[in-house]
Design a protein around this ligand. Structure first.
Ligand SMILES: NC(=O)c1ccc[n+]([C@@H]2O[C@H](COP(=O)([O-])OP(=O)(O)OC[C@H]3O[C@@H](n4cnc5c(N)ncnc54)[C@H](OP(=O)(O)O)[C@@H]3O)[C@@H](O)[C@H]2O)c1
Length: 275
């Protein structure tokens, strides 16, 4: 096992897209540091990858919504030898409405998607600056392009991730830095995300589901080509292009009182017992 191999740190590596990144990078000869809360699962996965690919694979248990855990991962990143890649991937969804729902899930989502991404990116950049090389992938979502009345904080935090990554891209470019950054914006992906969310997958046609391996493949190809935004899959590229071209007012109409919403509204208004 060689310490001179490049090192990648991946958050949310105990399942889904993060685990797919771990497998893909291990196959490319990276040493890995895997971060998540489920310790036993993470250790088991790290041991497996270490043996299978003859790499050094470290499991770091951390709840990234907690300051002290986040600080531990920051310190690891800042001091890690031969760090080449950070993947800010840990994330979750919530069905709690913002208006009238509990604030805790929204607070935790902002700490994980926004603050953890911000702090870990800063720590990785300090490490990269001595060698003027390295890369950061922020796992955002197509949700960043489309406001969602049923996912206010999810939409807002993923839109933040895109803006943050784009701002950093320009900052690094203007400074002549060779460090690359990417906002990866997947659509529906078959992982544990919707099990944790509690929706299952039946609500949307199977045509829209991608595998985590396809998403990661698109991301790593995009990184080689220096792409800032990576939207895996033709369907989602078209959806994002359409959402970007659509006037905001039309988008708002479609998302609040579009044809289905209007039909529901009409039914409600014509029901005498609906009040
Ligand atoms: N699946 C989709 O349809 C989809 C679409 C677009 C974007 N995404 C994004 O893709 C990313 C990965 O999600 P996924 O689809 O792979 O879902 P997943 O299978 O549920 O994986 C989420 C990962 O995040 C970790 N995590 C959650 N909360 C954490 C916390 N507080 N501290 C540390 N780690 C935490 C989980 O590990 P532990 O539970 O062990 O901590 C798990 O490893 C997320 O950012 C998500 O928003 C997913």
């Amino acid at each position: 096992m060689s310490e001179s191999k490049p090192l990648a740190l991946i958050t949310g590596a105990s399942s889904g897209i993060g685990a797919a990144f771990a497998r893909a990078l291990a196959a490319r000869g990276y040493n890995l540091a895997l971060v998540a809360r489920r310790e036993e699962r993470l250790h088991h996965f790290a041991d497996l990858l270490g043996r299978q690919f003859a790499i050094h694979c470290t499991a770091l248990r951390a709840d990234l919504t907690r300051q002290e855990d986040l600080r531990g991962v920051e310190e690891f990143l800042a001091a890690a030898g031969n760090l080449q890649l950070l993947v800010n991937n840990a994330g979750f969804g919530t069905l709690d409405p913002f208006n009238g729902g509990p604030v805790e899930s929204h607070d935790a989502m902002h700490r994980l998607h926004v603050l953890a991404t911000l702090r870990l990116t800063h720590a990785a950049l300090r490490n990269f600056s001595t060698r003027n090389e390295g890369a950061i992938i922020n796992v955002s979502s197509v949700a960043a392009f489309i406001p969602n009345p049923r996912g206010t904080s999810y939409y807002a935090t993923k839109a933040w991730m895109n803006c943050f990554t784009e701002g950093l891209y320009l900052e690094l470019k203007n400074a002549g830095s060779k460090v690359r950054v990417q906002a990866l914006c997947p659509g529906f992906t078959m992982t544990e995300f919707h099990d944790v969310l509690g929706t299952g997958r039946g609500f949307i046609s199977s045509k829209w589901w991608m595998t985590a391996e396809d998403v990661v493949g698109a991301s790593l190809r995009g990184l080689e080509r220096g792409k800032l935004f990576v939207v895996p899959g033709l369907r989602y590229k078209l959806l994002v292009a359409f959402a970007r071209l659509m006037p905001r007012r039309a988008l708002h109409f479609a998302l609040s009182k579009g044809p289905a919403g209007l039909r529901r509204e009409r039914t409600r208004l014509h029901k005498p017992d609906s009040v």
